[in-house]
Write a protein that binds this ligand. Structure first.
Ligand code: NDP
Length: 397
């Protein structure tokens, strides 16, 4: 049992707070703080104001963070704001002696560069301070890495080939919208492709490699190889991997919009002058796109995210597919948020629970696959993200 400070009040946070508030035996106190306090108040109102306190914070300002943490003295700070805030919040946690959890690795605003180096650099400091930092505890990264650790623990002697497959077969009825923060999402999906093979990274043009893959209860969907951050830690933590790739489905309509957005310069992250002041085109675009937190009401269909793995067991080649399917409608009925916010928010609440219960609690900075997967996997089944295992099946990859 313990107190949490949750930073960020968007779609993911809505689910995190809803789940945490439903477990008072684990989360004895919840403070929700974000840049816009009215958004925190709206979430608190939804889940019951007596369970959640709210505050205003600019999480890019370490002194403000330190003051807020000292005034509340949580056991854990949970970052579901943006990846830009990771480093500031980790600094503030270190200064105040509080542990940390997030869902996405730090990226500098001026460059869409995905690597753990900045956060792994805190390892020694966190270890010496006796604090835990849990990195990447959403669905991907997060559950996909825990699925991989679970497969390695229970089903394989050696993992050789890993393909993470992420399908959103939902329809929100809008011509174009992103399922989480538009700025972060568009930066991620327009970068070059990259995968791990035979000890080195192979680069591709954005969306250059694609093929149809069959998803359970959904059917075939065109799937595009993109780089995703969990690959970096997984190839380090499972060095027997000969190849590790990440695939995501995109509809033609989404890709056409994305191409136009890029062609007309609206995905740019360099400042441009507009009406006598500097603006960043992608940040302006975010302001006019639908808010991902508001997509839930008419969202139909489901997501299917999992890991397809080939490796060795008792000297024999084995294939294995583990996945979760999540219905947008069911997520909305339970929390008022769509499926992508739900699949991200539930693992955040479970990760925080793992820390507060002392199960995932060791000094240092860790990616989620470095902890025991079993207690986390058990909670996924109980808290709305049940998983399915298939053995010795055609992986299509
Ligand atoms: P939203 O844009 O809906 O929410 C982000 C929230 O962070 C907003 O409330 C925003 O405040 C707040 N915020 C931004 N900057 C600051 C700041 N400087 N100080 C305090 N608060 C700030 O995003 P989502 O909820 O959709 O996603 C949250 C994060 O979750 C994403 O950035 C993404 O990296 C991560 N994610 C991870 C996934 C995974 O599976 N691992 C999947 C999906 C998302 P304001 O409202 O004032 O702008």
């Amino acid at each position: 049992m313990g107190k949490v400070l949750v930073i960020g009040a968007g779609g993911v946070s809505t689910v995190v707070i809803s789940k945490m508030a439903s477990m008072p035996d684990v989360f004895s106190g919840i403070l929700l703080a974000s840049r816009t306090k009215s958004k925190c108040d709206a979430i608190a109102e939804k889940v019951g104001k007596d369970r959640v306190q709210t505050a205003q914070i600019d999480a890019d300002k370490v002194p403000q963070l330190v003051k807020l943490i000292k005034s509340y003295m949580p056991d854990l700070v949970v970052n579901v704001a943006l990846p830009y805030q990771d480093i500031h919040i980790m600094d503030a946690c270190l200064e105040t002696g509080v542990s940390y959890l997030d869902t996405a690795n730090y990226e500098p605003r001026e460059e869409a560069k995905y690597e753990y180096s900045w956060q792994w650099a805190f390892r020694e400091k966190y270890r010496k301070a006796g604090l835990t930092a849990i990195l990447g505890c959403g669905f991907d990264p997060g559950v996909t890495s825990i699925f991989t650790a679970y497969a390695a623990k229970h089903h394989f002697d050696e993992l050789n080939y890993l393909d993470i497959v992420d399908c959103n077969a939902g329809d929100h009825g809008k011509p174009f919208a992103t399922n989480f923060n538009p700025e972060i999402n568009i930066r991620e999906v327009t970068q070059k492709g990259k995968y791990w093979e035979n000890g080195k990274w192979i680069y591709t043009k954005p969306h250059e490699i694609h093929k149809p893959l069959n998803y359970p209860e959904i059917g075939p969907r065109e799937s595009y190889l993109i780089y995703h951050e969990e690959l970096e830690s997984l190839v380090k933590n499972f060095p027997s991997l000969k190849r590790a790739r990440f695939w995501m489905t995109f509809g033609q309509e989404y890709l056409t919009h994305l191409r136009v957005i890029q062609n007309i310069g609206m995905a740019g992250i360099e400042p441009v002058m507009f009406d006598g002041r500097e603006i960043i085109p992608l940040q302006f675009l975010k302001a006019v796109l639908p808010d991902p937190g508001e997509l839930g009401e008419n969202y139909k269909g489901q997501t299917s995210i999992g890991c397809r793995i080939k490796g060795l067991k008792n000297g024999k080649v084995k294939t294995y597919y583990i996945y979760n399917n999540c219905s947008h409608e069911a997520a909305y009925a339970e929390t008022g948020a769509q499926g992508v916010s739900y699949t991200t928010g539930v693992p955040v609440a479970i990760g925080a629970m793992m820390y507060l219960k002392g199960i995932w609690n060791k000094p240092g900075v860790f990616n989620v696959e470095e902890f025991d997967p079993d207690p986390f996997m058990e909670q996924l089944n109980l808290l709305g993200l049940p998983w399915v295992e298939l053995h010795d099946v055609d992986l299509e990859l």
